[in-house]
Design a binder for this molecule. Structure first.
Ligand SMILES: [Zn+2]
Length: 279
């Protein structure tokens, strides 16, 4: 999880193939080719991979629990060690594949039910969600937890995708510290409605994120950075001068993949709001 923080919310397949543990040893935490990693020297599964493919309203997090399908074939086989994680109550790692070779990790995750007739396990994404397994009826509390779980997955996926697309860099100042980077929304999106598109995001350091959200910094649809007039006239220390004023007129650093570039229509909408407030 430290590794993910340093990257800005994601890990690469290379990170996962050789991860140093607090004990000093290092170990692989993802299977080389399959979606479930059952190390030979462990009784239970260490990690499982899931790929978000559809909208969040799907049954993936029905009832506040994550539905993880059995591996094809026997109900035992690879599934046996995941069942063992359930029996032992030991946590596993859930790796959300957000793009090729890029994963957003969630840990600790608990296997809280084994539904053999549906060929799936139910996973609780934190300690608090574990109680949901024993209570199947719809309660207000349950739908509240379900909404939280969806939101959390959505936000984590969005951050991982956006910051990975910007190669762990602030789009304004190119700062390269994942711990200091956020995935900012250009226009608000609805977590219930769809996938977290990178084109509605910007990888921004904390200060530029806050400046963007408060219309002290605007980004034109031509990817030009603008600083609010009232800030340009001020005299103050180095953060104002180098961090903000000198960015005025600079070009935004954007991802190389066309589909990941910031959406110009969304920027235009946001930029007109900036212009209203910038004088
Ligand atoms: Zn920045």
């Amino acid at each position: 999880m430290d590794r993910a923080e340093r990257n800005g919310g994601f890990v690469t397949r290379a990170d996962l193939s050789f991860m140093s543990l607090p004990s000093g040893e290092s170990r692989r935490v993802i299977d080389a080719s399959r979606g479930i990693w059952n190390p030979r020297d462990m009784d239970a599964t260490l990690s499982v991979v899931s790929s978000p493919t559809g909208p969040y309203a799907d049954r993936e997090v029905e009832g506040g629990l994550f539905h993880y399908s059995y591996r094809a074939g026997s109900v035992n086989g690879d599934n046996a060690k995941l069942r063992r994680a359930y029996e032992l109550g030991v946590p596993i790692i859930l790796l959300r594949k957000v793009q090729d070779g890029i994963f957003v990790p969630h840990a600790p995750v608990y296997v809280v039910a084994d539904l053999q007739d549906r060929r799936e396990f139910l996973l609780a994404l934190d300690e608090n969600a574990r109680f949901l397994a024993s209570e199947f009826e719809a309660t207000p509390q349950r739908s509240y937890v379900e909404r939280l779980v969806r939101q959390r997955l959505h936000q984590a996926d969005f951050r991982g995708r956006v910051i990975a697309a910007y190669e762990t860099r602030c789009a304004v100042c190119r700062l390269r510290h994942g711990q200091l980077l956020d995935a900012a929304h250009i226009t608000p999106d609805n977590a219930e409605e769809g996938l977290p598109y990178v084109s509605n995001g910007l990888s921004l350091c904390k200060i530029h994120h806050a400046a963007f959200d408060s219309d002290l910094l605007g980004i034109s649809p031509q990817y030009e950075i603008q600083i609010a007039h009232r800030l340009l006239d001020e005299v103050d220390g180095p953060m104002l001068r180098h961090g903000l004023q000198e960015m005025h007129g600079a070009k935004l650093t954007v991802p190389s993949r066309k589909t990941d570039k910031p959406d110009r229509d969304r920027l235009a909408e946001r930029f007109s709001k900036f212009l209203l407030h910038s004088s």
